[in-house]
Design a binder for this molecule. Sequence first.
Ligand code: SF4
Ligand code: SF4
Length: 427
Amino acid sequence: MAVGLDKVRPDKVTEEKHLVVEGMDISGHWNRMFEQRVIWDYDVDNLEKVTNLPGGESLGWCYGCAKCTAVCPIDIVGDYSPRKIHRKTQIGVDLFTSSDLWLCTTCMNCLRVCPKEVNMIQIMPAVREQAVLTGAVPPELQKAFEDTAKHGNPLGQPQRKRADWAKAAGVPVPIMKDLKRAVDILWYVGSYPAYHPRGMDAARAAARIFNALGIDFGILGIEEKDDGDSQRLAGEKGLFEMLAEQNIAAFGKYEFNRMVVTGPHEFNAFKNEYPKYGADFKVAHYTRFLVEHLDKLRPMLKKPINLKVTFHDPCYLGRHNGEYEAPRELLRAIPGIELVEMGRCRENGYCCGGGGGGMWLDSFTKEHTTMRLSERRVREAAEYGAEVLAVCCPFEVSRFEDAAKSTGNDKLIVRDILELLDESMKE
Ligand code: SF4
Ligand code: SF4
């Protein structure tokens, strides 16, 4: 259907008499001194392909105010935003086959400011799901899907090694299957803390902190699978549902009061998505959980870390789930740390590029932007004079460490807050 066919063409507009009121021409004649925009040639078939999908409807609500363009992290390193996508679909771009389909990280900054509630967190997964069904997926993302399906984690590591990191923690890390009793805290470790070398550092730090605090906890070990939330947002809903089913069955085998998770993506999955599949348990991200134990933790933080530290708000902890304070409270509790805020922080925090499947699309993103979001963020941290970039998402340590190297900011230290706490607890 073409837009604007019911509108009167300019050649049909009859010239009205000039209407002059108190010396002012208010006839609107001057308004027709310029060519009118040709809006009846637009074809909305491509827009309707999106808006007809369940979840894709809100793309059609855009009225072009461009508030989203001002906050979209990808527009800073490229040419992107919901407004631009809406416009492109009007002038013939097919989002289903466009590279734009894979660039959104579902960071939610656009939705935060959009007066029309155009929701990319629903639009993108809906369209990507169709692309996945036709096999039109960037190869690196496809590999992450296949590794997750085959091994239960996107890193392609063997499931039997999921708890191996714990051997070098230097403290007991009880596994529920062996413990054979109820625990206070079921700690969902997550794939990157379980397998990635820098993620393991944070996992081991967490184990030492939990032990020092006397937390009664256990992990699932080889019974734990990836949460699948990022795969869902990248369009693999079926894979997400399979993982949710398997994880919920594993959780159901054991008694615990609350779950603590290492990563914001898992937090989002268990808090907002798993309940739709029958999960019923309380969950906390480790930053909030440790803040609850700050009275006991604070006296253990003896070793000063005399460095200027800035904190990167993870999109899925901050904007998606409203937690901005707990990470900062932990950092402020460490003696010696000077906490500085970057310009883009809290609600307007910049995205690391890892959300919504971006974790597995780095090469693809690099081809379609001037630099990776992680590289832009690292440069911002350096611009604010930070010596340490503190994070609390397992996706981020490796992303930012790579970005620090590739942008020549090698001196910037990237640390998970768990590592900083653990360091400060050392004699
Ligand atoms: S903020 Fe919303 S309404 Fe405004 S241009 Fe962006 S998507 Fe459209
Ligand atoms: S969710 Fe984030 S990355 Fe995606 S369009 Fe909105 S602001 Fe840009």
